[in-house]
Design a protein around this ligand. Structure first.
Ligand code: UD1
Ligand code: CA
Length: 459
């Protein structure tokens, strides 16, 4: 679900560049995959940041990746096709990382947002508030939060309400360490002075790094305005390990469920429903307990998703019903009022309006016409071990239970298939096809059999 953010009038005319730092090592993830490509709510961490900064009006996006990280750049481009990818060759600190995108900074945006690719919970509204502070005349605006445990965070050193400096944990004095107002990491810089401030940053500190945070003190010394915006600690939570990944997932799920409820969807047991950031619902949809929505699902008005169903890359038409225990895989497209029942799997198949597929069935690489009834236990045999083939079923057809439809095959409008058939050749409209052994009845056979082999009678 895309959050709707209203762009305050004053910001519309301002050019905004988002510099997204994604050169993290992520060793604590214990993963082959770069940290920023791990997913929450069906979307990579980096993709969340690209989406939210775009929603906050960033017309230009620069993504800073580590060396040999073409995969991260490619993933960024998928979400934000116009994103510029810059490589930070050595990991020399956050200011150094921002300067890897020097070329983008030199193009002269009004607002520069610096966001971290591993910090996916910052809301678009928050980025907009940062930009508003820039529009109000600030040169550096940082996100502050009251930390339960400030250890490891930069401390916001203030004089009254003025931000004087940000002191990293390792460089902080005893007095500074006692400060609980911490730096969320994300910040915004006025485009007119951003480059000049960044170029003044040195690495004369405990870690020998070029700290982005130093721009606050440099700006203050130059008499430029600095500001702090406070947010909840939850919003600036970064992801460094799998436990934090799960924590971020929990926050996003809570937000998505709340948004869906507010938009007029019934979730019978919200805590048991898992959504993706892009799950789209019409009105008066009912979702029963224990349903999982993977990425790319849309559900039309008045549809009902029964318990224990799993949907991914699927469209559910108006008034359709799904489940319980149904699986819709990518390319499943259910027409209005279609019914997909228990233990049914649908993949890459368009199901016509009002069609019924109620029990124990696999429909893959197929199309099913409107009003067709698919009996229990029907299987489209779409795969020969090497290639996939299509099954085409017309409108108002009737497929008898426990039939195997061996693709490629076409069953035209209004045709009937006898139960238990194996259908290997096309069936014309309004015909009956039966493909099974003929039944044989032998009168009296069972009685004779029992006579011969049954238990001996006692007198
Ligand atoms: C940073 C802030 C700290 C703040 C904290 C919030 C600095 C110097 N410190 O500290 O004040 O409280 O975030 O979480 O900014 N990165 C690069 N290239 C680099 C270094 C970092 O791309 O050379 C990226 C990382 O991948 C990460 C982000 O920048 O996404 C932050 O870097 P990290 O080293 O985690 O900074 P912290 O020490 O957590
Ligand atoms: Ca960090």
């Amino acid at each position: 679900m895309v959050t709707q953010v209203s762009h305050p009038g004053a910001l519309v005319a301002r050019r905004c560049l988002a510099v997204v730092l994604a050169a993290g090592e992520g060793t604590r993830m214990r993963s082959q995959r770069p940290k920023v490509l791990h997913e929450v709510a069906g979307r990579a961490l980096l993709a969340h940041v690209l989406t939210t900064t775009t929603e906050a009006g960033a017309g230009e996006i620069a993504v800073v990746v580590g060396p040999d990280r073409d995969d991260v750049g490619a993933a960024a481009r998928k979400v934000a096709p116009a994103a510029q990818i810059y490589v930070q060759r050595e990991r020399l600190g956050t200011a150094h990382a921002v300067l890897a995108a020097r070329e983008a900074l030199m193009r002269g945006a009004d607002d520069v947002i610096v966001a971290f690719g591993d910090t996916p919970l910052v809301r678009p509204e928050t980025f907009l508030r940062l930009r508003e502070a820039l529009a109000g005349g600030a040169a550096v605006v940082v996100l502050g939060f009251e930390a339960r445990d400030p250890k490891g965070y930069g401390r916001l050193v203030r004089d009254g309400e003025t931000l004087v400096a940000i002191r990293e944990e390792k460089d902080a004095s005893e007095v500074e360490r006692a400060i609980t107002l911490c730096n969320g990491g994300v910040m915004a810089l006025a485009g007119t002075t951003a480059l000049a401030l960044l170029e003044q940053v040195s690495n004369a500190n405990a870690k020998g790094e070029y700290y982005l945070t130093d721009v606050a003190e440099i700006a203050h010394r130059r008499g430029l305005e600095t500001a702090v915006l406070t947010v909840s600690e939850e919003e600036i939570q970064g992801v460094n390990d799998r436990a934090q990944l799960a924590a971020a997932e929990a926050v996003l799920q809570r937000r998505l469920r709340a948004a869906v409820l507010a938009a007029g969807v019934t979730l019978v047991a919200p805590d048991t429903v898992f959504l993706s950031a892009d799950t789209a619902f019409g009105t008066d949809v009912v979702v029963e307990p224990n349903v999982v929505f993977g990425p790319g699902v849309s559900v039309g008005d008045r549809a009902v998703i029964h318990a224990f169903s799993h949907l991914e890359g699927a469209r559910v038409g108006e008034g359709a019903t799904v489940g319980p225990f149904a699986r819709l895989r990518p390319g499943a497209d259910l027409g209005a009022s279609a019914r997909v029942g228990n233990f049914v799997e649908i993949k890459a198949a368009a199901i016509g309006a009002g069609a019924k597929i109620n029990h124990l069935t696999y429909i893959g690489d197929a199309s099913v016409g409107a009003g067709t009834n698919i009996g229990a236990g029907t299987i489209t045999c779409n795969y020969d071990g090497f290639r996939k083939y299509r099954t085409t079923i017309g409108a108002n057809a009737f497929i008898g239970s426990n039939s195997s439809l061996v693709a490629p095959v076409t069953i035209a409008d209004g045709a009937y298939i006898g139960s238990g058939s194996v259908i290997t050749s096309d069936v014309p409209a309004d015909a009956l096809a039966i493909g099974r052994g003929r039944q044989v009845v032998k009168e009296g056979w069972a009685a004779l059999f029992r006579e011969k082999f049954g238990p001996k009678k006692h007198d």
